[in-house]
Design a protein around this ligand. Structure first.
Ligand code: 5GP
Length: 116
């Protein structure tokens, strides 16, 4: 079940500040507070969902498409398509997910090694 008090839900409600990269009606992208690469942006849908699977099962196709189109939009905005990037989403306990609101990590700006 979705926990409305997770930290990203608080960021979406503007109860906690973030260093915003892009926002529209379906999504928010912001810099990770503890970056694992020169560029480390987190992308979250505004749709309440704990994991990637909950998002793809419960959100409608328009929201899902818009969110993933926005991931590409932010890749363009960061100007890293040519140099390269890594997308990661951690899910659940075995996936090492810490914050229970589905998010995509965009890592770029340098060669990305093994990240645990
Ligand atoms: P996960 O392990 O859940 O995939 O990743 C959670 C990410 O959220 C981590 O990279 C962590 O640094 C980041 N994070 C946790 N709390 C905050 C916060 O309050 N603000 C920002 N900008 N990032 C956060």
């Amino acid at each position: 079940m979705y926990d409305k008090n997770n930290i990203f839900a608080k960021i979406l409600r503007k109860e906690i500040p973030c260093d915003k990269v892009y926002e529209d009606e379906v999504s928010l992208f912001f810099n990770d507070v503890n970056p694992q690469a020169k560029i480390h942006v987190l992308g979250i849908p505004k749709f309440p969902c704990s994991t990637f699977s909950e998002f793809t099962k419960n959100a409608n196709n328009e929201i899902i498409t818009s969110f993933f189109k926005n991931v590409q939009l932010v890749i363009n905005k960061l100007n890293v398509e040519k140099s390269g990037y890594r997308l990661i989403t951690n899910s659940g306990e075995d996936g090492g997910q810490e914050v229970a609101h589905f998010h995509i990590h965009i890592l770029a700006g340098e060669k990305i090694g093994i990240i645990k």
